[in-house]
Design a protein around this ligand. Structure first.
Ligand SMILES: [Ca+2]
Length: 209
């Protein structure tokens, strides 16, 4: 019985480790850049993902982002097939100058995050939007879902972050950026659940001896 318990434990742990290893992929190797001022052509930076996993959800983080007028800024992420907005000229639904708050820190864009436009509105003139996790949004605060945009696609390929600035005078930059994927594999397969059940039964039998 003791040998049986040891073998099933090893199998169960092995299955759990296999599940964990493909559940999440994080790559924070995206290079930083200065955002060209008042230039719709913007700038892009790429991250190449070699792992081929099915995406359940993805988040994008801008590291060390700075800008003295967030309303100038547009940021999008693309896998070459689909492009999703992260922020588009915050506070500028009518083609005016946009929100006058600033960027200063790390900002993660993920489904379910706080409302970025509300945070910008609350920050006020010349004050930073608090670093944190925000929901992506499009022009005029249109809702964006990264899971809806990329769910079911492969992680594999060249991912690009695009950023641009739409008005002269205020400028910004990022130190780097990253992607964090979750796959649908975090839930153990039925086969591994059966092994875990057998392990539990083995534990019960051991205790009774
Ligand atoms: Ca500018």
């Amino acid at each position: 019985m003791k040998r049986y318990f040891t073998v099933t434990s090893a199998i169960a742990v092995g299955l759990m480790m296999a599940s964990a290893s493909i559940a999440d992929i994080t790559d924070n190797s995206g290079a930083g850049f200065s955002i060209p001022d008042d230039d719709p052509a913007g700038i892009t930076s790429a991250i190449v993902i070699s792992a081929d996993e099915t995406i359940n959800d993805v988040s994008v983080t801008l590291f060390g982002a700075t800008h003295s007028w967030v309303g100038d800024v547009t940021a999008t992420v693309s896998n070459g097939t689909t492009t999703a907005d992260l922020m588009v000229r915050v506070g500028d639904p009518g083609g005016t100058s946009g929100d006058s708050s600033t960027l200063d820190g790390n900002y993660t864009f993920a489904d379910g995050g706080d409302d970025f436009w509300t945070a910008a509105d609350n920050a006020g003139f010349g004050s930073p939007i608090p670093p944190g996790t925000y929901a992506p949004s499009g022009a005029a605060d249109a809702p964006v879902s990264l899971a809806g945009s990329f769910g079911g696609a492969s992680t594999q390929g060249t991912w690009t972050l695009f950023m641009s600035d739409a008005a002269s005078g205020d400028t910004g930059a990022i130190n780097g950026w990253g992607l964090s994927f979750s796959s649908g594999a975090a839930v153990p397969e039925p086969g591994s659940l059966a092994v875990l059940g057998a392990m539990g039964l083995a534990c019960v039998i051991r205790r009774r001896r």
